[in-house]
Design a protein around this ligand. Sequence first.
Ligand SMILES: NC(=O)c1ccc[n+]([C@@H]2O[C@H](COP(=O)([O-])OP(=O)(O)OC[C@H]3O[C@@H](n4cnc5c(N)ncnc54)[C@H](OP(=O)(O)O)[C@@H]3O)[C@@H](O)[C@H]2O)c1
Length: 252
Amino acid sequence: MSENAGQLQGKVAIVTGGSRGIGLAIAATFAREGATAVICGRRQESLDRAAKEIGPGVEAIACHVGRPEELARLVDQVTSEHGRIDILVNNAGTNVAQGHCLAIDDGQFDKMIEVNLKSAFRLTRLVAPGMCARGLGSIINIASISGLRPQFEGLMYSTTKAALIMMTKCHALELGPKGVRVNAIAPGLIQTVLSEYYWKDEARLTERLERQPIKHLGQPEEIAEIALMLASDKASYVTGQVITVDGGAMVG
Ligand SMILES: NC(=O)c1ccc[n+]([C@@H]2O[C@H](COP(=O)([O-])OP(=O)(O)OC[C@H]3O[C@@H](n4cnc5c(N)ncnc54)[C@H](OP(=O)(O)O)[C@@H]3O)[C@@H](O)[C@H]2O)c1
């Protein structure tokens, strides 16, 4: 590798939920470091816009992560175009079930499991065999500090993120001997569309920041740099871990 080559030179990555927010920042960071990052989301137009914004190194393929046939098509397309997938970032997530724990209905329960948890289970099952066959791969699941401690009126968000953390550890245990590392990142509050409720209102944001030692509102790029480290060879001895990136909120 030349001295100027990026940390992910020549690698092929899939980043789910890459049209905005944390996924977009991860894709941009991977592309900066020489990878081809394939972003997916439900809308082709917003993906195309995002890919154009980042520039070379990013490709856009529409895919609803809750639909198994679309996941299979995504993996087939990337594999046939690029020959392999080296890095998988299970980032797409939703919170359509905010509310009192006794008011959550079956539909909300199923949707949250489908998008936040089962998508990572299905994609790992599709992508990891190729990684195992080549003896090399990195899978990164974007969890949340809400998976480490309960979130008020966030029963399904916390439940799916806690399960994703345990799934990360189980996959790490079984895939490690085949050369595949599996880790999770647990972000705290990051400024994206998903978390608007918590940062748009100044009083609510101030109250939130008072409880954490690092006093700024987290930015998607601050998650992306940790994802880069986990994806790269610099983390060759790291698997089954949950890296909390929360401005210290969990110790505050
Ligand atoms: N922001 C925070 O404070 C925070 C904190 C902890 C953890 N997280 C986690 O970080 C991850 C990214 O969140 P974010 O804050 O960046 O959210 P965001 O700004 O709302 O972005 C979510 C991304 O996921 C895509 N997406 C949503 N549903 C999808 C589906 N069914 N299939 C495919 N793509 C889908 C969206 O694109 P389309 O809508 O076009 O499909 C978008 O690209 C999530 O897993 C979230 O739980 C965020």
